[in-house]
Design a protein around this ligand. Sequence first.
Ligand SMILES: *Cc1c(COP(=O)(O)O)cnc(C)c1O
Length: 401
Amino acid sequence: MKRSTGKDRSVTRTWRPATQAVRAGTWRSEQGETSEALFLTSGFSYDNAETAEARFRGEDPGMTYSRLQNPTVAMLEERIAVMDGAEACRVQATGMAAMTTALLCQLSAGDHVVAARAAFGSCRWLVDQLLPRFGIATTTIDARDNAAWEAAIRPNTKVFFFETPANPTMDIVDLAFVCGLAKSRGITTVVDNAFCTAALQRPIEYGADVVAYSATKLMDGQGRVLAGAVTGSEEFINSVLLPFQRNTGPNLSPFNAWVVLKGLETLDLRVKRQSENALAVGRFLEGRVPRISHPGLPSHPQHNLAMQQMDACGSIFSFEVEDREQAFAVLNALTLIDISNNIGDSRSLMCHNASTTHYSVSAEARAEMGVSEGMLRINVGLEDPQDVIDDLDQALAAAGL
Ligand SMILES: *Cc1c(COP(=O)(O)O)cnc(C)c1O
């Protein structure tokens, strides 16, 4: 196996993002294949016993076992690291495996975590339910409020954990401020960048230490596989995360890694077009629905900050109708857009978060983070935006809007 283009990472790092998404991290076997090879193998064999010994000693760079290394998985890891501007990356079986690994690998009993209260339901479960069971204290705050981050810090605060934009409220966190504050206090920031990917937002440029992904969403982008990724410094990934991952095994299968590699080839194209489409759909909905939370529209209270940090608004936003009954009526009248809780797909998808993605979050926590009974979240896909608008137009009318 050898690198196909850009002899080493110092070259791929100078490429522009769209080029990196197609080519970074590509290794070729002696066959010279153009598309990345799929190494669907759990183990590797050795020419002799001495080579096996040398590989386990780390003196021979070859591979030993796919929980430890796999060529297809390694290609994906290198591509994501380069795109993020990170020194290193490891991929996991799902976005939640990535979040759990990124947090548990560095936390111990007695530590304290400050987290954004507006977050994906399972991320809230980690913070509210899992970490406290292991003696890790957690505080959830309104992450839009810079002063709230500072006020929540305790002497034992080890990690700041948040997503921006947040799922599904579209709250924006000030990356430069929060990452800068963390750095000045020796706290590690873990940013869930699933809604943007490196194609729209690179938190490491703002001083983030660790970036975690659900690659299920925009990276695959076609609703096929579950996948996750964590990027950061060589020191964090190799010395802190890797021992945890190798010994607990939340690994991504080579097949799913290969599918995500194929997804990344079109990432730049898709997120830009989907952002344009989402802006058109948002403009249509504004004024037609009681409330809309869309980072690309000036009506979003943090529109300027969002547009500073993000290259485009992304494919996802939320809006509100009166109540759960009206939200269900809108969903049930859709003819093109699917009722689905997935996001980042090239298909337009819509869901009622309070009864699906945030079902496991208590009603009080939902109210506090702003997930109302009338909230609907939409992922705008690659269809002609006018067809999406026409579908919403008739569905809203059917629901009395
Ligand atoms: C979907 C999602 C996750 C979880 O990812 P999976 O791949 O479904 O495990 C985590 N964070 C955010 C913001 C998400 O949207």
